[in-house]
Structures are given as C-alpha cells and as structure tokens.
Design a protein around this ligand. Structure first.
Ligand code: TAP
Length: 487
C-alpha cells in the first residue's frame, strides 16, 4: 500500500461516527489485476485513533452486554439483510481489491451473510449447564459472560468472511469490537462495517480503524483495555501477538498458516482426486490457509495421476477476476507475488523438477497485474523449502510414496497441521487417515480447502493457538464461564 495525502477517502468508524485520521495520511488500495486501477484510499491511522476506538468500545460494552441475546441477534439479522442487499457491490469491491474471481467473491459474501444469521440465532441458544451439587438444597450451574472489548485483526485473503466470523460471535455474546483489517483489503472490510452502522448498532459497539499492522495492530494488541485479541494471519505476526497479549494477561486466539497435504491412494477415483487437487491448490490463486500445497501419491497411480493433473492444469483460465469465465486471478499484492516467484526460484535451486508453470504471466491482460502461472514441481523432498514453508500462492509439490503409511509420515512431516485430505475408496485407509493425520480438519474424497460455518475450524501444531473458531466452538473463546452456586 502506497502512502499519500488525499482528502477523498474511506474513513474510520469510531463511536458511531465516520472520522478521518489525525495523521492526514491515506493509503491507496490497488487492484492486483491492474496496478493502474486505484480502488480507493483508506486512513493511515495513528495510535491515538485506535485508543479512542477502544475507549468507545469499553464504554459501549456496559449497556450492550445488558441487552438480551435475542435483542443482540435482532441487530445481526438486520446486518445480514443489509449485506445481502449490497452483495454485488461488495463482491465487486473484493475482486478489485484482492483479485479473487467475482463468483468467489459473491460466494464469500453469501457466506458472511449466513454466518451473521447463524450467530444471530445463537442469541437464543443455551449458555450453560446445571451441575448436581453435593449439597442437596443448593442449585449449581454455569453461565457465560462476555470478555469485554475484543480486538479483531484480520488478513487480506477473506476480507468479508473472516471479519464477520470473528465479529458476529464476539457481538452476540455481549462483547464490543475494534476491528483492524488488513490494509490491502480494508475498503471491503469498511463496507462490511457500513452494514453494521446502517443496522443501527449503538455507538461504540463496532469500531474499525485502518492503518498498518505495525502501528494499529500493535497498538490494539498492547492496549490493556482490550480484553481479548482474535487474529488470523501469518505465523510470525501471530506468535508475537500471542506473546504480547499473554504478557498483559489478556486472552488470545491465533489462526495461522498451513502446508496442507492431499494423499492420493492407489484405489482413488483419479478424476475426482485431480479435480479436487486443482480446486484446492489453485482456486483463490492458492491464497487460502487451507489450500492444497503437497500432493502425496502412491506410486502405482503416480504417472496416470500426474498426466491427468497436467492436462487439467493447462485448461485453467487466468486473468482479471471481473472477467467472465476466468477461473484464477492474480496474487493479491506485490509482496505476495514476489514471495511466490522467490519460492519457485528456491524450488529450482534446491533441485525440484518443474513440471508446469513457474513464470510470471506477461502480455495483454497480464502486464499490469501480479499474475503467476499455476506451478507444479515433482521430486520434492522433505528437506526442501517448498515442502516445508507456506507459499500462499499457486504452487504445489508432487511426492511419490510406496504405501499409505509412508504417505501419512510424509504428510505429517511439517510444522503445520491445519487441513488435510485423502482420496481413497478403502474404509480402512480412511480410518487410518482420520486417526493418524495431524490436522484440525481432515477431509475424505474432498479437497483440503472447505469449511462449513457451523463446524469448528482451526489447526493443530503451529497452525493455531489450539483454539477453534466458528460454529458452537466460538463460544469457548468469546465468553468466560461463571460457575454459580445458590443456597
Ligand atoms: P499478516 O501479515 O500476518 O497480517 C495479518 C494481519 O495482521 C493484518 O491485518 C496485518 O496488518 C496485521 N499485522 C501485521 N503486523 C502486525 C503487528 N505487528 N501487530 C498486530 N497486527 C499486525 O498475514 P497476511 O499476509 O495478511 O495473511 C496471510 C497469512 O494469513 C498466511 O500466512 C495465511 O496462512 C494466514 N491465514 C490463515 C488463516 C487461518 S484461518 N488459519 C486464514 C487466512 C489466512 P497489515 O496487513 O495492514 O499490515
């Protein structure tokens, strides 16, 4: 994001008002499919504005927590309706800011609407249990109370769904929110907050402050009045946030990277496995934390799988996400684009064999954007960088194995454990995979990417702070349990 001084820009939302930053500086949000297209400008805010937002959220929480779950849910239903009425506009903004194709952006926005409705309904569901006391004349039960002010720090890859899947549960359980969205897709996130504003939530309940992670994200993390931080993003940033919040006694939740494997067993339906590998690896240009990045194939079917995969990969239509029929867009920003190219370089240097792609796309429709070919390596070993590190781009590694046991060993031989899938028709292999795979999400005969909003989501190992988001699991993070004893 380039910093400039510009008056016409999107504003912060603090204490129910849209305000400019005192810095007088704004950052331009650039379309990664066409660098000449500036989507708009957002505030490069200072710590001062962030602190104001926290003060507003803290004050508003006192009355917000006193509303019934039903009443808070009524607001969320309203936000969902407003977002639904703006789905085309917000999806277009997302495609321009982030690069994913328009159908994907619409799908993500529809998902945001469904999440809002799911948590609106949570306002009427149970929040505790009756536990038998040893004292027969007493009543003992648990209830749940809000944490207070929740700081929400989000990445650029799902600029509608991730802020919503954090804010909606935070709000329904009686917390107030200060959102710090990724600068690269801040306009899309601001449009989501406009929906909350239009729904008439009381001032201070939802606030958003844009600016760089190192200034605004850090200030949110360090503010002692922020009772909890929920973060999705890279491992490096996540771990630093966790340490800071822990040091001041706050609660935190970190959802971070993945290096997700797909195992293709000898008995797999190969057409299904190929289709799911391509979708898991290259949709959203590989920029999903659950994207497939390692494909582990039993040797009996290695050559036929590879041939089918290469044929299908050649059919992928790449271009600007607004163009009809385009299946894969650009990398979301310049830094991601350079990262992907440097991992390709690393793969070649370390001796992997390039089977497809490997280059920046050039020519008409490509020269102004961050387009990289879908890239496939083979002869990749576990000591190579592209085997171990998250690329977050359209790059996969093929690895040949002799058995399912070896496949599982290879699949688990990384520091991450977010999602994994297997293609097999054998129930015994499915069960071994379910039992042995070290991942928070295991999928059978389905791509590694894919999360349902009513089910818990999160990773093992270095992929998360071992908490879960979404579905009922969100209650664990966004509330505290209070045990009540009445005599
Ligand atoms: P990050 O660079 O970690 O950024 C994530 C957020 O943290 C952004 O809002 C960023 O702000 C902010 N931030 C940066 N430095 C900060 C600091 N010192 N203190 C507080 N906040 C700070 O990640 P990204 O590049 O946006 O996203 C890609 C990564 O997210 C990938 O590694 C991917 O695996 C991960 N991801 C994980 C999941 C799940 S659910 N596990 C889902 C999606 C993405 P600015 O961008 O404005 O600087």
């Amino acid at each position: 994001m380039t910093v400039q001084t510009q008056k016409e820009s999107f504003l912060n939302f603090v204490n129910g008002e849209w305000i400019a930053s005192s810095s007088g500086k704004v950052g331009a949000s650039i379309n990664p499919a066409n660098k000449e297209d500036i989507v708009g400008y957002v505030q490069m805010s200072t710590k001062e504005e962030l602190d104001q937002a926290v003060v507003a959220a803290k004050a508003a929480q006192q009355s917000w927590k006193k509303l019934s779950g039903h009443d808070r849910g009524t607001y969320l239903f309203k936000v969902a309706d407003i977002l639904e009425s703006r789905i085309d506009e917000i999806a277009e903004c997302m495609t321009r800011e982030m690069g994913k194709t328009l159908p994907e952006s619409k799908g993500e926005t529809a998902r945001g609407i469904a999440i809002l409705r799911y948590y609106a309904g949570e306002g009427l569901r149970k929040v505790g249990d009756v536990i038998p006391s040893t004292d027969s004349s007493a009543l003992m039960f648990t209830t749940r109370v809000p944490l207070g002010v929740v700081g929400v720090i989000t990445p650029w890859n799902f600029p509608v769904a991730i802020p919503i899947w954090k804010m909606a549960p935070a709000l329904i359980y009686g917390n107030t929110v200060v959102l710090k969205p990724a600068q690269d897709t801040a306009i899309t996130a601001l449009k989501v907050v406009e929906c909350f504003a239009e729904a008439g939530l009381p001032a201070g309940v939802v606030n958003v402050v844009t600016g760089s992670g190192s200034v605004i994200g850090q200030a949110l993390t360090d503010n002692p009045d922020v009772n909890a931080i929920t973060f999705t993003g890279s491992n490096g940033v996540g771990k630093r946030i966790g340490q800071s919040v822990l040091a001041r006694g706050g609660k935190y939740q970190l959802e971070m990277g993945g290096k997700n494997p797909v195992i293709v067993a000898a008995d797999a339906n190969l057409d299904l496995a190929v289709e799911a590998t391509i979708s898991g690896a290259f949709r959203s240009t590989g920029q999903k934390c659950t994207a497939t990045s390692r494909v582990i194939i039993q040797n009996e079917i290695y050559e036929s799988f590879k041939e089918k995969l290469l044929t299908k990969t050649k059919e992928i239509r790449i271009g600007g996400g607004m163009i009809e029929g385009i299946w894969m867009g650009p990398c979301a920003n310049e830094s991601q684009f350079n990262t992907v190219l440097s991992y390709i370089e690393k793969g070649l240097e370390e001796g992997a064999n390039l089977l497809a792609g490997g280059k920046q796309l050039t020519g008409e429709g490509y020269d102004n954007g961050y387009f990289v070919e879908p890239t496939i390596f083979e002869n990749v070993t576990s000591d190579m960088t592209i085997f171990q590190e998250e690329v977050f781009g359209p790059l996969i590694s093929l690895i040949k194995v002799n058995s399912l046991e070896e496949g599982l060993e290879v699949a688990n031989d990384v520091q991450f454990g977010l999602s994994a899938s297997i293609f097999t028709t054998n129930i015994q292999k499915m069960l071994s995979f379910i039992n042995e795979m070290e991942a928070g999400l295991v999928r059978i005969n389905s791509e590694s990417a894919g999360v349902e909003l009513q089910a818990p989501f999160g990773g093992m190992k270095q992929s998360s702070s071992h908490s879960r988001e979404q579905g009922e699991a969100a209650k664990e993070f966004f509330t505290s349990i209070k045990t009540v004893f009445i005599k």
